[in-house]
Design a binder for this molecule. Structure first.
Ligand code: PLP
Length: 659
C-alpha cells in the first residue's frame, strides 16, 4: 500500500462546488449531490457536506464538525450518523403528499402510513418513528413474532396506534396478536394463507375477542426490479383469487364476515416504475370493490411498501432510482383507488402504505476514513534499448524489447496499434518469465513500462475526438484502490449482496477538484469486500472521483441514504462489528447537538457473539506469559505490557483505531 506523496497533491482549481454558488455546482458536480441530496444534503462554502434537516439554509449541520466533535469524545470513524430531524421531515412529507392528493382528488377516505420495522429495527429509530408518527396518525408494521413483541412494548398505552402484522404466523405469533386485541389495541393480523386464517379464528374464539383481520392477496401484477418476486403468479406470499373467495366463505361460516377489515398487497421494495405500481394498485382496488359487493366490510386498503428512493438522482426507471416524485406516487394511488371505487359504486377505504425505505433511508449517513491508496504512478523509463540490460548484463528478452518499442512509438496517431502491441508483449513476457527465460529484473522492467505506457495511452486517448472502445476500458484498469476503514458486509451489505449503488463522496475538500479515480476496498480479507459501482446519472460508474491523499491528514468519505435495510442485514465477517451510532439533533435556532451515542461493538462483544469468553482468553494468554517468563523468553515487565495490550485490545473498537 502506498500513501500518495505530498508533492502530487490535487491541483486546486475550478470554482467551488457550493450551495452558495449554484452555477458552479450545476456545471461541475462530480458527485451529483444536488440530484440525490433532495435538499437534505448540500455542499457548504467551506467545501464540506452540510445536512439541512428541513431543507432550509438557516438550519444546517456540518458533517465534518460532527465527526470532529465525536472524535473529541473518543468516538472515531467509522460512525453511523442518524439525523432524527431529517426523519421527521420525510414522515411529514409523506403525510403531506397524501393529504394533498386526498384533497385534490376529492377522495372520501383517509390515509394512514405504517412503518415496517424490519427496514431498520434499531430501538432508537423505531422509537423516533413512533414518536414522530404519533402526531401524523402513523402506525407500525411487523413481520415476525420478535418484531411484534418489540412494537407492543413501544406502543404501550396507545390503543389507537395501528399495528399491522405480516409474515408467516405460527400459533404463538397469532396468540400474541389476539392478546393485544384483547388489551384493546388496534391490531390487524394479515393472513398469508388459509391455515393462518383458521388459527386467527380459533385463537380469537378461545380468548374471547372479535379481532380485525386482514388478508394479503397475491396480485397478478408483478413488481419491478430486484424485488419483483414479492408479487405475481409465482410469489411466495398471499392468497390467490380462489383462496381469497374461500377465505370470505370461511369467515362467513364462522360468523366473522364483519371482521375482515383490511385487504393487503405488497408488490416489492424500491418500485422504480410508477406504471407498474399503479397497475397493481388498480388490481387491488378491483378486488376490494368486488369483495364489498359480496358484503365484506373492509375499511383499510393497504398497498404495501415499495416507494422508491432516488439513490442516483437520475429520476429514471433505473432500479436504484425512481421515475416519479412523492407527489405523483400519492396522487396516482389516491386517484386510482378513488376512480375504481366510484365506478363500482363502493365507499372509499382508508388507504394504508407501508413505505419503509422512503421513511428512513435518508436519515442515516455512514462516515468512514481512508487509510491509504494503491495508485498507478508513471515511472522514469530507460532512454534506449541498451539501457534495458539487466544488472548482470544479460540481453533483454524479445517481449521486453517489443514492449519498449511500443512505448517509443506511442503517439496519438498510433495509439490503438501501440496498445495492442503492448498487450501482446506483456502477455508474452508473462509466459517467458514462467518458462524461466526472463530474469526477475527484466520482468520488473516489463511491469514498469507496461503501466507507464497504459497511463500515457489513457492520457493521449482523452484528447481524441472519438475514444476507441478498447481504450475506454483503460479507465477501469487504471483506477486507484482506496483502502477504507469499514466493512462492506457490516455497513453496506446491499452493495455486496445485490449490487446496490449508494451515493458515496468525500465530506470535505469539495472546493478542490478531485484528480484521482478510485474504487474502494474495505478491511475484510475478502475480495468481495469492495465498492466498485458508483452512482452515475446515466449508468453505473466503475470508479469514484477522489482527492489525492495528504500525508498525515485524514480523508473522510461518507455513504449516504443508508438508513434502510443496511443496519440489520449487516454481518460480522472477519469479526468487524457494529459501528458507533450517533444521534444528531438540531434546534429551532440552528444549533445542533449530539443527543445520544451508542458505542459500536468492542472486540470482546464480537468474540462473545462467537462463544469466546474474554476472561478465558485472557487467562490462557496469562498462563502462557508466565511460562515464557519462567523459561526466560521474556521479562516480567514485557509480560505485563503484553497482557495490558491484550486486555486493551479486547475492550477496543473492532475497526482500525489510528490514534
Ligand atoms: N411491507 C411488506 C409486507 C414488505 O415485505 C416490505 C419490504 O419488503 C415493506 C412493506 C417495505 O417495503 P419498502 O421498504 O420498499 O417500502
Amino acid at each position: 500500500m502506498t500513501q500518495v506523496p505530498e508533492k502530487s497533491m490535487a491541483e486546486r482549481g475550478g470554482e467551488p462546488l457550493t450551495s452558495e454558488n449554484p452555477r458552479a455546482a450545476s456545471s461541475w458536480d462530480p458527485y451529483a449531490v444536488e440530484a440525490w441530496g433532495d435538499g437534505f444534503f448540500v455542499v457548504g462554502p467551506r467545501g464540506t457536506v452540510m445536512v439541512r434537516p428541513d431543507r432550509k439554509p438557516s438550519r444546517e449541520i456540518d458533517l465534518l464538525a460532527v465527526v470532529s466533535e465525536l472524535k473529541g469524545r473518543g468516538y472515531a470513524t467509522p460512525v453511523l450518523l442518524h439525523f432524527r430531524d431529517v426523519l421527521e421531515t420525510t414522515l411529514r412529507d409523506i403525510r403531506g403528499a397524501f393529504d394533498r392528493a386526498i384533497s385534490d382528488h376529492g377522495y372520501q377516505g383517509g390515509y394512514a402510513g405504517v412503518y415496517p420495522i424490519k427496514v431498520n429495527q434499531q430501538r432508537t429509530v423505531v422509537e423516533d418513528v413512533s414518536r414522530i408518527g404519533a402526531d401524523l396518525g402513523f402506525g407500525l408494521e411487523v413481520g415476525s413474532k420478535p418484531e411484534l413483541l418489540a412494537v407492543l412494548a413501544i406502543t404501550a398505552d396507545q390503543p389507537d396506534r395501528l399495528i399491522v402484522c405480516n409474515g408467516f404466523k405460527e400459533d404463538r405469533y397469532v396468540e400474541f396478536a389476539m392478546l393485544a386485541a384483547k388489551l384493546g389495541r388496534t391490531i390487524i393480523p394479515v393472513v398469508e394463507n388459509l391455515e393462518e386464517l383458521g388459527l386467527v379464528l380459533d385463537h380469537a374464539e378461545r380468548i374471547g375477542v372479535r379481532p380485525a383481520i386482514g388478508i394479503r392477496v397475491n396480485l397478478d401484477t408483478q413488481g419491478v426490479g430486484r424485488w419483483a418476486g414479492s408479487s405475481g403468479m409465482r410469489a411466495k406470499f398471499g392468497l390467490t383469487f380462489s383462496e381469497t373467495l374461500r377465505a370470505v366463505e370461511m369467515l362467513g361460516e364462522r360468523g366473522a364476515l364483519d371482521r375482515l377489515h383490511m385487504l393487503h398487497c405488497h408488490m416489492g421494495s424500491q418500485m422504480h416504475d410508477i406504471r407498474q405500481l399503479t397497475r397493481g394498485v388498480g388490481e387491488l382496488a378491483r378486488i376490494y370493490s368486488e369483495l364489498v359487493h359480496l358484503g365484506v366490510g373492509i375499511t383499510y386498503l393497504d398497498v404495501g411498501g415499495g416507494l422508491g428512493i432516488d439513490y442516483d438522482g437520475s429520476q429514471t426507471n433505473f432500479p436504484f432510482s425512481r421515475n416519479y416524485s412523492l407527489e405523483e406516487y400519492a396522487g396516482s394511488i389516491v386517484h386510482r383507488i378513488g376512480s375504481i371505487c366510484d365506478e363500482a359504486g363502493v365507499r372509499h377505504p382508508t388507504i394504508v402504505t407501508e413505505s419503509g425505505r422512503a421513511m428512513v433511508a435518508q436519515q442515516s449517513v455512514l462516515v468512514f476514513d481512508v487509510m491509504g491508496a494503491n495508485s498507478f504512478e508513471p515511472h522514469v523509463l530507460p532512454a534506449s534499448t541498451e539501457d534495458l540490460a539487466g544488472p548482470e548484463g544479460a540481453e533483454p528478452p524479445r517481449p521486453l524489447v517489443d514492449l519498449f518499442d511500443a512505448w517509443t512509438r506511442l503517439e496519438p496517431e498510433t495509439l490503438l496499434e501501440c496498445w495492442h502491441d503492448a498487450e501482446n508483449a506483456r502477455s508474452e513476457a508473462v509466459d517467458t518469465f514462467s518458462l524461466g527465460y526472463m530474469s526477475l529484473h527484466h520482468r520488473a522492467e516489463v511491469e514498469r513500462i507496461f503501466w507507464t505506457l497504459a497511463l500515457k495511452t489513457r492520457e493521449l486517448a482523452s484528447g481524441l475526438e472519438q475514444i476507441p472502445e478498447e481504450l475506454e476500458a483503460l479507465d477501469e484498469l487504471l483506477t486507484d484502490i482506496y483502502f477504507c476503514n469499514l466493512s462492506v458486509f457490516q455497513s453496506l451489505p446491499d452493495c455486496w449482496a445485490i449490487d446496490q449503488v449508494f451515493p458515496i463522496m468525500p465530506i470535505h475538500r469539495l472546493d478542490e477538484r478531485p484528480t484521482r479515480r478510485a474504487t474502494l476496498a474495505d478491511l475484510t480479507c475478502d475480495s468481495d469486500g469492495k465498492v466498485d459501482r458508483f452512482i452515475d446519472r446515466e449508468d453505473v460508474r466503475a470508479w469514484l472521483p477522489l482527492h489525492e491523499l495528504r500525508e498525515g491528514e485524514p480523508y473522510l468519505l461518507a455513504a449516504f441514504l443508508v438508513g434502510a435495510y443496511q443496519e440489520t442485514l449487516g454481518d460480522l465477517h472477519n469479526l468487524f462489528g457494529d459501528t458507533h451510532v450517533a444521534h444528531i439533533r438540531i434546534g429551532e435556532d440552528g444549533r445542533w447537538w449530539i443527543e445520544e451515542i451508542v458505542a459500536g461493538d468492542s472486540v470482546s462483544d464480537v468474540l462473545g457473539y462467537m462463544q469466546y469468553e474474554p476472561a478465558t482468553l485472557s487467562r490462557s494468554l496469562r498462563s502462557e506469559c508466565e511460562a515464557s517468563v519462567r523459561e526466560g523468553l521474556m521479562t516480567a515487565d514485557e509480560s505485563r505490557d503484553l497482557l495490558a495490550a491484550y486486555e486493551s485490545g479486547l475492550s477496543g473498537y473492532t475497526y482500525l483505531e489510528r490514534d
